[in-house]
Design a protein. Structure first.
Length: 327
């Protein structure tokens, strides 16, 4: 499929891997790019040296375009400088007001992608010189800044950005969703939850199993998993933590059930608290069910583990078929 996004990047498929912390590493990033899409790796918490090493590893695995994602809840200028020095071709900026860094990204020789949750934010990003605007709808998994559905948000952002390519995000998990995004005027689809079932995703096997068994009604939206990132709305699978908190009357932080619990540990032995903003990643020990099992409302469409390249091909082929049938 050819869109303004594929033309901009010289890629084959308008599919972008969402930068899911704890789930996306160099292997998955490169696999999506090698399959014709765009892999984006989350590096918001890496040291500059770690960030440079990760970019170097991706470059050793692909010569295709890829991106790094930086979350603006924290000061990212040191990481941004490291990413540009390492030759990252795309820098994706998420959360908060990101337009102040667009000029620095472009001056460093990279494309600036800015995630937005409203048409006004999209217009500001375009005016600041963003190369691509990502419109994230409320249905998305992980951290979600806005409250407007993908269906309502995408055409509004498309109309507001004066020709800048828009990538639609939020519950897009099959080719029908990709086709719908393109019909709404988007130039590409930002896909997260579907890639949690990629063989290359670095998540815990139990988390992946829960993803494969979940229905579209099985997600929770709120600010419950707030340790490490307070007051940030997010979407995750409903689990024992959510249910116990709701049964207790949804008390505020400091009065929630099991706040001192550490049901799991990282590979280095660091305990992970029940309310931590922490992806159940590969190598964790203990019980990952009570943790923040991020997932979007498209999770019911995710039913089997596949190589990332196969997912990209299926998304593209199904979208082409659907668009041809509707022509």
């Amino acid at each position: 499929m050819r869109t303004s996004l594929t033309d901009l990047l010289g890629i084959e498929v308008p599919i972008v891997l969402a930068p899911m912390g704890g789930a996306v590493g160099p292997e998955l990033t490169a696999a999506v790019s090698n399959a014709g899409g765009v892999g984006v790796i989350p590096l918001s918490w890496s040291t500059p040296d770690e960030l440079s090493a990760r970019i170097g590893e991706i470059k050793s695995l692909t010569d295709k375009p890829f991106g790094v994602n930086l979350i603006r809840e924290w000061d990212q200028r040191e990481r941004l400088a490291a990413a540009l020095d390492a030759g990252a071709p795309i820098v994706s900026l998420f959360w908060g007001e990101s337009t102040d860094l667009v000029g620095e990204v472009k001056a460093g020789g990279a494309q600036a992608w800015v995630s937005v949750s409203s048409a006004d934010e999209g217009a500001r990003a375009a005016a600041a010189g963003a190369d691509v605007v990502v419109a994230q709808g409320w249905e998305a998994g992980g951290h979600v800044r806005g409250t407007v559905s993908t269906l309502a948000l995408v055409p509004r952002v498309v109309d507001a950005v004066d020709g800048v390519p828009v990538v639609a995000a939020g519950a897009i998990a099959d080719g029908r969703g990709v086709a719908a995004a393109l019909v709404l005027g988007a130039a590409g689809a930002w896909v997260g939850t579907r890639f949690l079932a990629a063989a290359e995703a670095t998540i815990h096997d139990d988390y992946r199993r829960r993803i494969l068994q979940a229905a579209e009604t099985d997600t929770y939206y709120g600010t419950l998993f707030d340790r490490g990132w307070a007051d940030a709305p997010h979407r995750a699978l409903r689990n024992s933590t959510v249910e116990a908190w709701e049964a207790a009357g949804s008390p505020p932080s400091g009065s929630r059930p099991g706040e001192e619990d550490t049901p799991a540990s990282r590979p280095d032995g660091t305990p992970v608290g029940r309310y931590a903003s922490a992806t159940p990643s590969a190598g964790m020990t203990g019980d990952t069910e009570p943790l923040s099992n991020w997932a979007g409302q498209g999770v019911g469409l995710v039913t089997r583990v596949q190589p990332a390249a196969e997912i990209v091909r299926e998304l593209n082929d199904e979208a082409e078929r659907v668009l041809a049938e509707c022509a």
